[in-house]
Design a protein around this ligand. Structure first.
Ligand code: NAD
Length: 493
């Protein structure tokens, strides 16, 4: 397909009619009529009025998922059949790639090229990957005395509620929904209030692709209402959450206050990017800049702390600053845009507050730091050096395009700095010394360590955090552990 131009995308945006109903039990569900506005970060206009689920809609959606699990076909299908349904779902997503990518760029402000080339590819690939492996799981027959037979079988846990953030609205959803469905669970998805439109469309597409009623339900609504109702619901067996560490704490409380449902948490980060003096500096600078500015810095894994050896700090930071200045900030619907708009006015104000506090703490601004004088929520890519470990910018997640540069003199100091946060999601190490790479990747407490690269990998490797970045893993076969229980059957022969 010829690449669409800015004008093509603008015309498509003008024609887009977002889905503004919940999707429950295989059908549109208008809800109570209460709504909330979805604001386009590119210009601050109202894109649509999304349906606002409260307790009542959440009850209806959970009841549909419960029925579909207890008596419906989905968990009872032969695994290969479930797999084929997920492959059809992946095909349907691919067939609607343009519309879904456009919806995401409009609702959360990322560049259309990234929504289309990166996010939508990942979403279809995730449903395909779990569809393909649905019938390839092998259970266990442990060794037993001669007069007994033991079976250890994986069983679907039941009704899964997935509550997800706005930064990768459909990828974060797919990482939970696809393995849960592959395992034979039924699902209620609640997208973030900033980005409900792509998820509501995804719900309809699941039914169009032939998933049975109730297998996959989507309700839009606000966190403290719809999200809380799911967290407290007695008929939800597992709550899979991606979002901030603060809200993760709420979900643990909801579980304790209700049915002790299992809660899986994928939370925030303040990831270190360590550069040793022997590294390929040009590649390290490119990776550091790309890592922190990709997706407007609204990345849980963003390498927001650049830890650099004192001897190469000037050279490396100058190269990162040059790359920051070369970014094209602009309309997310322009295919030439490399940095779009931050998700909303409140979020932009929070990021600006981080910048103000970095100034006040004595960090040195090397580039950026200001919002753009135009409609929408645009911020310059920002780099601070002379950041010290006690400053808020060295410890707090910004979730925006703001890089903190800290320096070290020894490998031990680098590791100590890397571990000096409450988070443990990801880390990067740049060195040509294989032993140093191994030593550091063992010593840094993180769910993923990238060596001489950043943000790479495939669906076959697990993703998740340690410490207050969460627990449990998305992606790979390990994700199935969250959505299956082990049953032991011991048979006396
Ligand atoms: P958030 O925690 O504010 O919201 C996430 C979801 O929780 C949304 O659906 C929201 O409606 C819901 N929610 C909010 N308050 C709630 C409440 N009181 N009760 C129940 N539900 C509630 O996060 P966000 O702003 O959407 O996303 C940014 C955060 O997500 C960052 O901290 C980022 O690091 C994290 N994140 C983590 C990962 C990961 O895989 N570890 C991936 C992406 C984003």
């Amino acid at each position: 397909m010829a690449r669409l131009t800015h004008q093509d995308w603008l015309e498509r945006a003008a024609r887009l009619r977002p889905v503004t109903v919940h999707h429950i039990d295989g059908a549109d569900h208008p809800g109570s009529g209460e709504t909330f506005p979805v604001i386009a970060p590119r210009d601050g206009t109202v894109l649509a009025q999304a349906p606002r689920a409260g307790q009542e809609e959440v009850d209806v959606a959970v009841a549909a998922a419960r029925r579909a699990f207890d008596t419906g076909p989905w968990p009872r299908l032969a695994p290969a059949e479930r797999g084929r349904a997920l492959l059809r779902f992946a095909d349907t997503i691919e067939a609607h790639r343009e519309e879904l990518a456009l919806t995401i760029a409009l609702e959360m402000g990322k560049p259309i090229t990234e929504a289309y080339d990166i996010e939508l590819r990942a979403v279809a690939a995730t449903f395909r990957w779990y569809g393909e492996m649905a019938d390839k799981l092998i259970d266990e027959v442990p060794q037993t005395p001669a007069d007994a037979l033991a079976l250890v079988t994986r069983e679907p846990v039941g009704v899964v509620a997935a509550v997800v953030p706005w930064n990768f609205p459909l990828t974060m959803a797919a990482w939970k929904v696809a393995p849960a469905l592959a395992a034979g669970c039924t699902v209620v998805l609640k997208p973030a209030e900033q980005s409900p439109l792509s998820a509501l469309r995804l719900g309809r597409l699941a039914t169009e692709a032939g998933l049975p009623p109730g297998a996959f339900n989507v309700v839009a609504g606000e966190g403290p209402a719809a999200g809380r109702a799911l967290g407290l619901h007695p008929d939800v067996d597992v709550l899979a959450f991606t979002g901030s560490t603060a809200v993760g704490r709420h979900f643990l409380r909801y579980a304790a206050d209700s049915n002790l449902k299992r809660v899986w948490l994928e939370l925030g980060g303040k990831s270190p990017h360590i550069v040793l003096p022997d590294a390929d500096l040009s590649a390290a600078a490119a990776s550091a800049a790309w890592g922190i500015f990709f997706n407007q810095g609204e990345m849980c894994t963003a390498p927001s702390r650049l830890l650099v050896h004192t001897s190469i700090a000037d050279e490396l930071v100058a190269a990162v600053v040059e790359r920051a200045r070369a970014l094209r900030i602009g309309d997310p619907l322009d295919p030439d845009t490399t940095m779009g708009a931050l998700v909303g006015a409140a979020h932009l104000a929070r990021v600006e507050d981080h910048i103000a506090r970095a100034h006040a703490a004595g960090a040195r601004l090397r580039t950026g730091g200001a919002r753009l004088d135009r409609p929408g929520h645009f911020l310059e890519p920002t780099v601070f050096d002379r950041v010290t470990p006690d400053m808020p910018l060295a410890r707090e997640e910004v979730f925006g395009p703001v890089l903190a540069v800290l320096t070290f003199d020894t490998e031990d100091e680098a590791v100590q700095l890397a571990n000096a946060t409450e988070y443990g999601l990801a880390a990067g190490v740049w060195t040509t010394d294989l032993s140093a790479a191994h030593r550091i990747s063992r010593a840094v407490r993180a769910g993923t360590v990238w060596v001489n690269c950043y943000e790479e990998g495939g669906l076959n490797v697990p993703f998740g955090g340690v410490k207050q970045s969460g627990h449990g893993r998305d992606k790979s076969l390990h994700a199935l552990d969250k959505y299956t229980d082990l049953k032991t059957t011991w048979i006396r022969l």
